[in-house]
Design a protein around this ligand. Structure first.
Ligand code: M6R
Length: 555
């Protein structure tokens, strides 16, 4: 959550403004830029995205920027980053949480520092100011600053003479070099162009100055970042583009998997993840159990409360590779071997993994996961040794060729107050993911339930026209058909997503007949489109749903 970007070099202002646009998927409550102007640090910041705050990028050779997802302090102009010290010579942009900020703030205020925001982050720049005033070098001032703060951070401090100081502890941070120009970023996306990209290792400090840098600690070279340009092309939103990119994402993932040796999995297997990736974990659990493994899926933030036996293998699934709920499990040292599945080469999850398997979906900009989900399912099917995966790109392509029915249905869904998504067995995974998609971008209440269980409570909400979507496959046609009838008898408007219709009156979204075990990769696609269309019809921006951030790096 939150994004930081910075540059020392020609046209740094433009790079930072453009970089902030690329980082908006990390958070977009407020944004700002600090830049060097005639020997002092100027700050432009406020609520909203950077294009509302900066009309023309400032001409400067050194700048940092920030896009915010509020944690401490409301969404206000003052709380937007960067924050300045008392002298106006330094500015900080910070991601993460400073746990002891309240104590530090009162100490600093007692010593005469003036604070302008309610954020935890502002203490950083005042600590730095204090240290420099004592006559120490920038690097020593940074060392002092991080010795005082407790918590999780990626931070960048810009100085009036055009240096950038950076530090990282538990939040992602990268730097890059391209000729004489130097860059920092909390995310690989704005650095895709650079030949040399490095990830700071936790606890490391970095001092960038015109012409070079000093690193205290270590950094790892990042390889395998997709250099593909992330632009909208003919699409209205990234989410739409990413839904339609799925055949290619699946094909690339399959090509890559062919070159890879399957990681060894034995004994007790736990799959841990959050959000959409947790739904992928549920699919993985199902498939691994089907293949005879002792597998179990967990929501990352709940894993802490698991009181059973430790696993032998932990499969950690995260599109971003930066989800704090998941990383905190790995950081606390699980005794098992970790197999990471991620879409982000160079992300923190790799630091804890015995094996890393990538989804080759390419950068996903829309906050709602789409192509990373279907590629996660594919990787899990491959891990479980399921055959026939090569049918997937074409099957998804078929669904995407005829979307007119889905567009029609979306109109009705867009005006609904609440929607149910029901499924049995393996198809319940699709119901859960379908409900999450609709909820997060259209803001319509949606709930997923096992179809058979729906008559034990949820059915009481059904009234005339209540939309109920069923995901169905051949092994559960008969049982699900009865659930459809039960719903319809009470006035529900039912739609099924399946290879064959459930009955003559069925509103039916057809998906290709592929092996049932692979159907979840395909049957989610119409539901992604349904959510996308409903969001657009309701006037929402599906790429930037309110209150959400793409990568959730706080607990
Ligand atoms: O990067 P991760 O896969 O670890 O992210 C996990 C969730 O935050 C993420 O899937 C979230 O639920 C998405 N908004 C789903 O569309």
């Amino acid at each position: 959550m939150c994004g930081i970007i910075g540059k020392i070099g020609p046209d740094a202002g433009r790079f930072v403004v453009e970089g902030l646009k690329a980082l908006e998927y990390r958070g977009y409550d407020s944004s700002g830029i600090a830049f060097v102007d005639s020997g002092s640090v100027k700050i432009l910041k406020g609520v909203g995205t950077i294009d509302k705050i900066v009309r023309e990028p400032p001409l400067t050779d050194a700048a940092i920027g920030h896009t915010r997802w509020a944690t401490h302090g409301g969404v206000t102009d003052f709380n937007a980053h960067p924050h300045s010290d008392c002298t106006g010579k330094y500015a900080v942009a910070h991601n993460g949480i400073i746990e002891n900020y309240a104590d530090l703030k009162s100490e600093l205020m007692n010593a005469g520092h003036r604070f302008r925001s309610e954020t935890d982050s502002e203490v950083i720049v005042h600590l730095f100011e204090d240290a420099v005033r004592r006559g120490v070098s920038y690097m020593d001032a940074l060392t002092y600053t991080v010795s005082k703060i407790r918590g999780q951070y990626a931070l960048a401090i810009l100085t009036a003479d055009g240096h950038i100081l950076a530090a990282r502890n538990g939040a992602p941070f990268l730097f890059a070099k391209d000729g004489d120009a130097l860059y920092v970023s909390s995310d690989p996306v704005p650095l895709l162009f650079a030949p040399d990209v490095y990830r700071l290792v936790d606890g490391s400090l970095l001092h960038l100055y015109p012409g070079g840098y000093e690193l205290r600690g270590s950094a790892r070279r990042v390889t395998g970042i997709s250099a593909r340009r992330v632009d909208l092309g003919k699409y209205r939103h990234y989410m739409e583009k990413e839904i339609f990119e799925q055949p290619r994402a699946l094909a690339e993932t399959l090509r890559y998997l062919q070159t890879l040796q399957r990681p060894e999995i034995s004994g007790r297997v736990h799959l841990v993840a959050a959000g959409t990736s947790y739904h992928a974990a549920l699919y993985g659990e199902y498939l691994l159990r089907m293949q005879g493994f002792d597998a179990r899926a967990f929501i990352a933030s709940e894993y802490l409360y698991w009181r059973g036996q430790e696993p032998d293998v932990l499969i950690a699934i995260s599109q971003s590779g930066e989800t704090e709920d998941l990383l905190s499990i790995l950081r606390n040292g699980v005794s098992s071997e970790v197999v990471a599945i991620t879409n982000t080469p160079g992300s923190t999850i790799e630091e804890y993994a015995r094996d890393v398997v990538y989804t080759r979906a390419g950068p996903e900009v829309g906050v709602a996961a789409t192509k990373t989900y279907t590629t996660q399912l594919t990787v899990l099917a491959w891990l479980a040794g399921i055959e026939g995966l090569d049918q997937l790109p074409e099957a998804v392509s078929q669904v995407l060729k005829n979307t007119s029915l889905i567009e029609d249905l979306s109109k009705r869904v867009a005006s609904a107050r609440s929607v149910y998504f029901l499924g049995r067995g393996l198809h319940l995974v699709t119901a859960k993911e379908g409900a999450l998609k609709l909820k997060e971008i259209s803001y319509i209440h949606a709930e997923a339930y096992p179809a058979g269980e729906s008559k034990h409570g949820p059915i009481s909400l059904i009234e005339d026209g209540f939309p109920v979507f069923f995901s169905v496959g051949p092994s559960v046609y008969t049982e699900t058909a009865s659930n459809v009838e039960e719903m319809r008898a009470r006035g529900a408007w039912t739609v099924s997503v399946s290879p064959n219709p459930l009955g003559p009156e069925d509103v039916h979204i057809a998906v290709p007949s592929i092996p049932e075990v692979l159907l979840p990769v395909v049957e989610i696609v119409p539901l992604q489109l349904l959510a996308y269309n409903a969001a657009v019809l309701r006037g929402n921006n599906p790429d930037r749903p309110r209150n959400l951030a793409k990568s959730v790096t706080v607990k």
